[in-house]
Design a protein around this ligand. Structure first.
Ligand code: C2O
Ligand code: CU
Ligand code: CU
Length: 511
């Protein structure tokens, strides 16, 4: 293991994120851009003066695209609570080419919902109207290096980054959010995020679609008395990640959704910075899960509850036909040690319409094309990465993020399959949950160990994943193949305060 002492770390890093943590806990002022102080959030929430665009076009397509839109990062005002409007950041989309259904306004402060199909060619013109730098990452998509939104591609205020890529993922629920190093947490928290949905080729499984296919993003926020959002303010919040006190779904408080007595497909995304949810139905019926990060499972599975950590998605089938008119079934979060002591509401469904539909739950979806662990080039010797907090510094194996560096043990070969063993053992049972996310490729969770019994039945490891939650003391063995795209990508904790604090590293795929 490459565990480093704090002194070794300080000698090696030279990075600013470590300095941020150490400064902050030394009782000094918080520095590092957007971490918390009032004046920093004031700057983040002030639009940049308009200027002429400098454009970055890494790999221009020849020929036509199916969808072309502009995505501007803007400052905006949103009515979230009675009284003053809340200053937020918002992605605003403008369709340049393509069908209206491909780009629909997101609810509240959320960015537009993008709906595409596999094989479609997409051009996205990201225009940075913030004063801060930004870059957008397409979470879960399998893309070339320059299209993935690595922090080293962050663009300054007033500039434009043109993404062009072919969608090559399984149908599923993906999302997008900023990824500038050290500022991802603040930019997401103040509102920058949206859904990126890859639809099935045809409705061949008889799944609910159109208005019966409902994307739902769960987030937590803390409001000051004047209705403005407050972010990280003390070291403890940085250490454990920012757990806010108020739940929003689709950017709205006390969220309610009207349904008919029929089946629905619910696409749940945990878009919170750090909060982990143990989701359940309040009527104690099991949760029928049909999909995870990388699309549909091979078949539906039933869980008593579902653990959903930041970045993860789960698709749920719910037949409200089992309800009576005027029922109000709720999605709730159950107590979880280290997170919350009591049950609280996530959202309510209002059953307001009777409808007779014969739409049975499919018994199976397409097979998953699992990889064979025996074909891993390191089948006998998995690559190991431990996510732990080293003397108040969030690290992976004691190392922190370095913008352009990869270590020898972070280089893999294109077109090979590998086992990665990711662990959260460095802080023992007193650690923090770490949702481990790997850019570029979906993986399988082969096995876990050290799983606390209070969560064991709530993991959805049956499908393709890009984010895997590790509770304290837990280890997961992942199997993945590095295909199509060589380049440098990141892997990190999706607790955004941990990520910004340096619990992120590059890995490189060499051709
Ligand atoms: Cu959703 Cu690198 O993150
Ligand atoms: Cu990602
Ligand atoms: Cu973490």
């Amino acid at each position: 293991m490459k565990r480093l002492t704090r002194r070794q770390f300080l000698q090696l890093s030279g990075g600013s994120a470590g300095a941020l943590f150490l400064t902050a806990c030394g009782g000094g002022m918080m520095n590092g851009g957007m971490m918390g102080s009032g004046s920093d959030s004031a700057e983040l929430l002030t639009p940049a003066p308009t200027s002429t665009l400098t454009s970055h076009t890494p790999q221009p397509f020849s020929g036509d695209v199916d969808l072309d839109f502009t995505l501007r990062t803007t400052v905006s005002q949103q009515l979230l609570r009675p009284g003053n409007a809340t200053s937020v950041l918002r992605y605003v989309g403008e369709l340049n080419q393509g069908t209206d259904a491909a780009l629909t306004d997101g609810p509240s402060y959320l960015g537009p919902t993008i709906r595409v199909r596999r094989g479609q060619r997409v051009r996205i013109r990201l225009v940075n109207e913030l004063q801060a730098e930004t870059i957008t990452h397409w979470h879960g998509l399998h893309l070339p290096d320059e299209m993935d939104g690595h922090p080293r591609y962050a663009i300054p205020s007033g500039e434009e980054y043109i993404y062009e890529f072919t969608v090559n993922n399984r149908a599923g629920t993906y999302w997008y959010h900023p990824h500038p190093h050290g500022m991802t947490g603040a930019q997401v928290y103040y509102g920058l995020a949206g859904f990126f949905i890859v639809d099935e080729e045809k409705q061949s499984y008889g799944l609910p679609h159109a208005e019966f296919d409902v994307p739902l993003v769960i987030q937590d926020r803390t409001f000051a008395a004047d209705n403005q959002l407050t972010y990280v303010s003390d070291m403890h919040q940085v250490m454990q990640g920012f757990w806010a006190d108020t739940i929003l779904v689709n950017g709205q408080l006390d969220y309610r959704h009207e349904v008919a007595t029929r089946p629905y497909r619910l696409r749940l995304l945990n878009g919170s910075n750090a909060r982990v949810y143990k989701l359940a139905w309040d009527d104690e019926s099991p949760i029928t899960v049909i999909g995870s990060d990388g699309g549909l499972l091979a078949r539906p599975v039933e869980k008593p509850y579902v653990l959903l950590s930041p970045g993860e998605r789960v698709e749920v089938w719910r037949d409200f036909g089992r309800n009576q008119l005027n029922d109000q079934p709720k999605l709730v979060a159950l107590p979880l040690s280290g997170a919350n002591n009591s049950t609280f509401d996530i959202m309510t469904f209002d059953v307001t319409r009777a409808e007779q539909v014969d739409q049975p739950l499919p018994t199976a979806f397409a097979p998953l094309d699992w990889l064979d662990p025996a074909t891993a080039v390191n089948a006998d010797n998995p690559r190991t990465f431990d996510f732990f907090v080293n003397h108040m510094t969030p690290t992976i194996d004691g190392r922190q993020f370095e913008m352009n560096e990869v270590a020898d043990d972070e280089i893999v070969k294109l077109n090979t399959t590998e086992l990665w063993r990711v662990t959260n053992v460095g802080n023992g049972a007193n650690g923090f949950p770490h949702p481990v996310h790997i850019h570029g490729n979906q993986f399988q969770v082969l096995e876990r160990s050290g799983t606390p019994t209070e969560v064991a039945q709530g993991y959805v490891d049956e499908g393709w994943k890009d984010t895997v939650l590790l509770m304290p003391d837990e280890t997961a063995t992942l199997l993945m193949r590095f295909s199509d795209h060589a380049g440098m990508f990141v892997y990190h904790c999706h607790n955004l305060e941990h990520e910004d604090g340096g619990m992120m590293r590059n890995y490189r795929i060499d051709a």
